[in-house]
Write a protein that binds this ligand. Structure first.
Ligand code: NAD
Ligand code: UD1
Length: 341
């Protein structure tokens, strides 16, 4: 089966490509590299032993999408291409609606034009907004509190309408919790541009000496140690979840599931685990809560187990070990002069 992976050069997409290729699928990466590096594609090839096909394109280019789907006879699309910075979505919402919502509209039109019926979409736990109860089940109320989250919810709704109108469509919506870690080889991983927003890449950059300390946002939450609790899941487990979703679409037309571990980890727990993994003390500084943050968020994973037969198998120790392997082998990420050697 040939699968188009939009955003396949990005953090999660690169790991999805590796797992797809390991499972014997051919892939076509469709990415405009607005938030990724071409070197990531070379690394995917090194891990998989075969160079993936890459189309340098924007998902808002419906014609190029359609010709790519047709030329490579793709039978499914995994759609990860999107912008994901919450702060940027607040300051420049048009860019987010254009890229994420309009981009997905172009994609589904191109799929219709070329008779491609299977789609797996990257949504986010951010669609739930502040938890009313925990763990978060898929039927929890949806109330995203920023433009980024609203683009994800709008896309979910658009895909729901499409599925209702066309019985031949098979659509899986995957709501990711907090992806973390890297491929066990240390060849691919998360390489955010500028200052990382998320805690794991920030921690890794402190450990490697690129930043002096981790700022912990809030120590007065209603959690066991006062710091925020999240559901971190290994990016390889997350990638495998996409394979399981593709398989499950053979049995079921519409899927909407959380991908998480069901376990909550506080920021202080994470610092301790990362420190153990890298063998270094991680300096921390406490600061006030970050706007928009919730005390705790973690998934109910029952539906993923039931529908996909999937559950996360890698623990926090593995996430920290692999994140550190990636960071220590590539101190400056893919931009490191040693990266291409
Ligand atoms: P990423 O930025 O590393 O990857 C996204 C990829 O999409 C990049 O390679 C980028 O160049 C590409 N892209 C963006 N806009 C494009 C466009 N218009 N046309 C073609 N390519 C485009 O991000 P990621 O962390 O790998 O996230 C992948 C997806 O998962 C995103 O849709 C994101 O919203 C979603 N998600 C991520 C997280 C997370 O914590 N990383 C959590 C929940 C959901
Ligand atoms: C963030 C996004 C969320 C998105 C998710 C995965 C916000 C408000 N939410 O979630 O929509 O789905 O990423 O991409 O940005 N922390 C620190 N110091 C830091 C960074 C984070 O203490 O430098 C803390 C946060 O307060 C939080 C925890 O670490 O308690 C995790 O933060 P982060 O990695 O940004 O993920 P989320 O907030 O869950």
């Amino acid at each position: 089966m040939t699968i188009m992976v939009t955003g396949g050069a990005g953090y999660i997409g690169s790991h999805v490509c590796v797992e797809l290729m390991r499972a014997g699928h051919s892939i076509v990466i469709f990415d405009n590299f607005c938030n990724s590096h071409r070197e990531a594609v070379n690394r995917i090839g090194v891990i998989a032993g075969v160079s993936p096909t890459v189309i340098d394109g924007d998902v808002r280019d419906r014609g190029l999408l359609a010709s790519t789907l047709a030329n490579y006879r793709c039978s499914a699309v995994i759609h990860l291409a999107g912008l994901k910075s919450i702060a940027e979505s607040v300051s420049d919402p048009i860019r987010y609606y254009d890229n994420n919502v309009y981009g997905t509209l172009g994609l589904v039109q191109a799929m219709r034009d070329t008779g491609v019926h299977k789609l797996v979409f990257s949504s986010s736990a951010t669609v739930y907004g502040a938890p009313v109860y925990l763990p978060l089940r898929e039927d929890h109320p949806l109330a995203p509190c920023n433009p980024y989250g609203r683009t994800k919810l709008m896309i979910e709704q658009m895909l729901g309408d499409l599925a209702a109108s066309d019985g031949s469509l098979k659509i899986a919506i995957l709501r990711y919790f907090n992806p973390a870690g890297a491929h066990e080889s240390g060849l691919i991983g998360e390489d955010p541009r500028g200052t990382p927003n998320n805690v794991m890449p920030f921690l890794a950059q402190v450990a490697i000496g690129r930043r002096p300390h981790l700022t912990i946002f809030g120590k007065d939450y209603d959690t066991p140690d006062g710091t925020g609790v999240r559901d971190y899941l290994h990016v390889t487990d997350l990638a495998v979840g996409h394979l399981r979703a593709l398989d499950a679409l053979e049995r079921q037309d519409r899927i909407k599931v959380n991908l998480g571990t069901g376990r909550g980890t506080s920021v202080l727990d994470l610092v301790e685990a990362f420190s153990a993994a890298c063998g270094k003390h991680i300096p921390v500084v406490f600061a006030p809560r970050r706007e928009g943050d919730v005390a705790s968020s973690y998934a109910s994973c029952d539906l993923a187990q039931q529908i996909l037969g999937w559950r996360a198998t890698r623990d926090l120790k593995a996430m920290c070990r692999d994140a550190w392997k990636w960071q220590s082998s590539n101190p400056q990420g893919y931009g490191d002069p040693r990266s291409s050697s």
